[in-house]
Design a protein around this ligand. Structure first.
Ligand code: ZN
Ligand code: ZN
Length: 463
């Protein structure tokens, strides 16, 4: 039997994560982002999850070639490529020209690395010329050159001792060049760049993609050498400009491809830049903050679910979804004293924060589900019953006012409730005699001057 590749809790979604311990697969919706650790944790056992090769679900770069070829066509890249193409075309030949050329490469390589990093983080190319001018140099080119010189010296020295070792080392360095560049981009470290374990890891991980990237680099180099000879032999500025432009463009594309490769293998590379992008790239449901709680409920682990919800509420008392879920959970389990405690503070917080409409809807929902609850605060009752002055909710509002009045009699501010009650009775329930009774009670026993006036006017209006 073929093992299902789908999420246990969302059978239609492709799983991206697996817990070895629980032997459960999760989709992205089930795995909330954890900013504190690189790999998300299993909801059921809190161990780190392993990724089910997300690289598989992102198309390889040769399928995205059109996209990559078009990427440099943004103002920042075009300006820089063109400026440097002009500069390089103006350089004199000979030693001075070569030195100036190397100096020119300094900022350019920096820019290419930045572009590569941008693609690697899945952000397309958001480079601006101003970013480039103000960017802090990471000395990428210097690092590259130092390692290059160091490697050449090392190979020459070793070849003097044993030509076989020299050839093997040279082969490894040539083969490992793209991997080294990728490591340099990721870690900005010269020493990691020549770490054979890391280079080997990347080559092994990328596999076929590495060979394709290598072929592209070879092709670009051959084209480069060919056109360089053309430039050397031709004295026309325009011709040199075109060739230089083409070469710079091609070089940039190679960097972008390498960046895309990193993007694709992001997860496996243990590369911590902007992990969020992986969540945005993979199709399927988006991470749901309640996913973990839902899983716990589905697994019948109510206490764990309750603990998670309490944590959420503690973190943010305005997380009304968490409060509502917890209230429902307590209701299902008949834990009425807990229900009352959470619901009291939920309604108070909601009313204080002017989320009265939402609170009223939730109260309505509770009453439809026959969950008995009466807020202790008259402010809460006054606010939500005021919101329930409509054809669908007025009966629930009337019931609530009655329950409250029975429980608390005439607490300070009671006139407001009586007035709302009268309005509900007149405007929606068509129970005039009862409304009249409420208004008369306000007039007889009320002390709130404003409401006394209101009650008087209201009474006059329907007489
Ligand atoms: Zn899921
Ligand atoms: Zn687990």
């Amino acid at each position: 039997m073929v093992e299902s590749q789908n999420c246990k809790y969302h059978p239609t979604a492709v799983a991206c994560w697996r817990c070895r311990h629980c032997d459960v697969k999760f989709c992205n919706a089930c795995v909330p982002e954890d900013t504190r650790s690189y790999l998300p944790k299993c909801t059921l056992c809190r161990r780190s999850l392993e990724s089910l090769s997300i690289a598989q679900s992102i198309p390889p770069f040769w399928q995205k070639i059109g996209y990559l070829l078009l990427l440099p066509f943004n103002p920042a890249s075009l300006v820089l490529i063109s400026v440097f193409a002009v500069v390089f075309s103006l350089l004199p030949f000979g030693k001075i020209g070569a030195i100036l050329f190397l100096l020119g490469l300094l900022p350019l390589i920096e820019f290419f690395f930045a572009a590569m990093e941008s693609v690697a983080s899945g952000e397309n190319l958001k480079l601006k010329v101003s970013d480039f001018l103000t960017a802090k140099s990471k000395s990428m080119f210097i690092k590259l050159m130092l390692i290059y010189v160091f490697s050449v010296v090392l190979i020459v020295k070793l070849s003097a001792i044993s030509s076989v070792i020299g050839i093997i080392l040279a082969g490894f360095l040539i083969l490992g060049l793209p991997a080294s560049i990728i490591i340099l981009m990721m870690e900005k470290s010269m020493f990691s760049m020549i770490n054979p374990v890391k280079v080997g890891y990347i080559i092994n991980l990328f596999g076929k993609a590495y060979i394709v990237l290598y072929a592209v680099i070879l092709l670009a180099s051959v084209l480069g050498i060919e056109s360089f000879q053309l430039v050397e032999s031709s004295s026309g500025f325009a011709k040199r400009l075109v060739v230089n432009w083409g070469l710079l463009y091609l070089t940039m594309i190679v960097f972008l491809m390498a960046g895309y490769l990193v993007y694709q293998f992001h997860q496996e590379l243990n590369f911590t830049i902007n992990r969020q992008t992986i969540f945005q790239v993979v199709d399927g449901p988006k991470a749901d903050p309640m996913a973990e709680v839902n899983i716990m409920i589905q697994e019948g682990r109510f206490e764990d679910a309750q603990r998670m919800l309490l944590d959420k509420i503690k973190e943010n008392e305005l997380d009304y979804k968490a409060s509502e879920k917890l209230i429902m959970l307590y209701a299902i389990q008949g834990q009425l004293s807990f229900l009352d405690k959470i619901a009291q503070s939920y309604f108070e917080v909601m009313v204080e924060n002017r989320k009265v409409r939402h609170a009223a809807e939730f109260y309505f929902k509770l009453s439809k589900k026959k969950i008995d609850f009466t807020p202790n605060s008259i402010d809460v009752v006054a606010a939500i019953t005021e919101e329930m002055k409509n054809k669908t909710q007025f009966l629930v509002a009337l019931e609530l006012i009655e329950k409250f009045n029975q429980k608390f009699k005439m607490v300070t501010g009671w006139e407001r409730l009586y007035f709302t009650q009268a309005q509900l009775l007149v405007e929606f329930a068509n129970r005039l005699p009862e409304a009249k009774l409420s208004l008369e009670t306000i007039l007889k026993r009320g002390t709130d001057q404003e409401l006394l006036g209101k009650a008087e006017n209201y009474l006059k209006a329907f007489e």
